[in-house]
Design a protein around this ligand. Structure first.
Ligand code: SF4
Length: 334
């Protein structure tokens, strides 16, 4: 009996899909040369998008890469705040976002007026803002951080009290690693925050030899079952170095593509089917080809805001020069 929700894909359809993808990949490669463009893709992007990218990485790696490239055009396969950050750091370059609607609900949880009011309640405290935030919020912040350098950035501030936003789970994790007192904004990433502790416990029961690698945007209840807490780039080095052969992964599903590719002898299990970010999956090969063809979907930031936001991002890049390990709890210099 065939259930109504089942989809049967035969061999010919799979071959047809592969031919279609290969055709678009060739078109993207030709357009990249014509436009002098580079394609940057976040670790959560679809596998086929990662395959055609010139560089795949986490927010910190992609920010660095955006400042290093000599290309005139950056196609950012990710969500809006990422393309905005690339544009802030490279005002002379054209930054294209394949799908303009690809936003980040976490970034939307802290607006500039909310930040202004919050700062008013705690005068004199420096603001450390997660890179998952809008340009206007970055412009009102002292310094940005990513999940791989958050502890290091917080410790680099002189003040003993710091406003940290918008992600409260990352903030709570950083709080457990620093003597500073963090005042947290109560935003969260639904993709990570909605993973339940029972799901991780169940996955551990099913795969008793597996090590658990979790992202610090998960709740404290989930993180207490993790053997390693890291940014996505930290997950690659951890999986590679660890003698374990099996891993339970607690971050967005897109990361499995590279983890499996780079570690052919190891097995990776996603802790929960909820680990899926619909915004990250909006970008397709067709949308990448389309923006390269039309040069539409340019992401630009008002110059006055850009300059202030750039200061917060550049301070972060300056302060985390040495951090390449991506481990959220291990400051590179500490
Ligand atoms: S995974 Fe979470 S933080 Fe990342 S883009 Fe999606 S909603 Fe935003």
């Amino acid at each position: 009996m065939v259930l109504s929700h089942q989809v049967i894909i035969d061999k010919a359809s799979v071959q047809g899909m592969m031919n279609y993808n290969n055709g678009i990949a060739e078109k993207i490669s030709r357009l990249k040369n014509e436009r002098n463009a580079v394609v940057l893709a976040h670790n959560y992007q679809r596998g086929e998008v990662q395959e055609i990218a010139d560089y795949v990485g986490d927010s910190l790696e992609l920010s660095r890469e955006a400042t290093k490239t000599h290309a005139k055009v950056i196609v950012f396969c990710g969500v809006y705040f990422m393309a905005e950050s690339a544009s802030i750091l490279n005002p002379e370059k054209t930054v294209l976002l394949p799908v303009l609607e690809a936003g980040c609900p976490l970034a939307d949880m802290l607006s500039a007026p909310q930040l202004a009011e919050w700062k008013g309640q705690y005068p004199g405290r420096p603001v450390v803002t997660y890179i998952n935030s809008s340009a206007v919020v970055k412009a009102e912040s002292d310094i940005c951080c990513t999940s791989s350098n958050a502890v290091e950035i917080v410790n680099s501030r002189e003040s003993d009290e710091i406003l940290f936003g918008p992600d409260m789970n990352l903030g709570a994790y950083v709080q457990s690693k620093t003597r500073k007192r963090l005042i947290l904004w109560r935003g969260y990433c639904a993709t990570h925050a909605w993973v339940r502790e029972e799901e991780v416990v169940k996955a551990k029961r099913e795969h008793p030899r597996a090590e658990v690698i979790a992202h610090p945007e998960c709740s404290a209840e989930v993180l207490r079952h993790a053997d390693h807490v890291c940014s996505t780039s930290g997950m690659f080095s951890t999986a590679k170095k660890s003698p374990a052969r099996e891993f339970i992964i607690v971050t967005e599903a897109g990361i499995l593509h590279r983890l499996k590719k780079e570690n052919p002898g190891k097995a990776f299990y996603l802790a929960s089917p909820r680990l899926f970010c619909p915004n990250m999956k909006l970008t397709t090969l067709a949308s990448v080809a389309r923006v390269l063809e039309t040069m539409e979907h340019k992401v630009q930031v008002d110059e006055e805001i850009r300059q202030r936001a750039a200061r917060a991002l550049e301070r972060m890049l300056q302060a985390s020069r040495g951090n390449t390990n991506g481990r959220a709890g291990e400051p590179a210099n500490g």
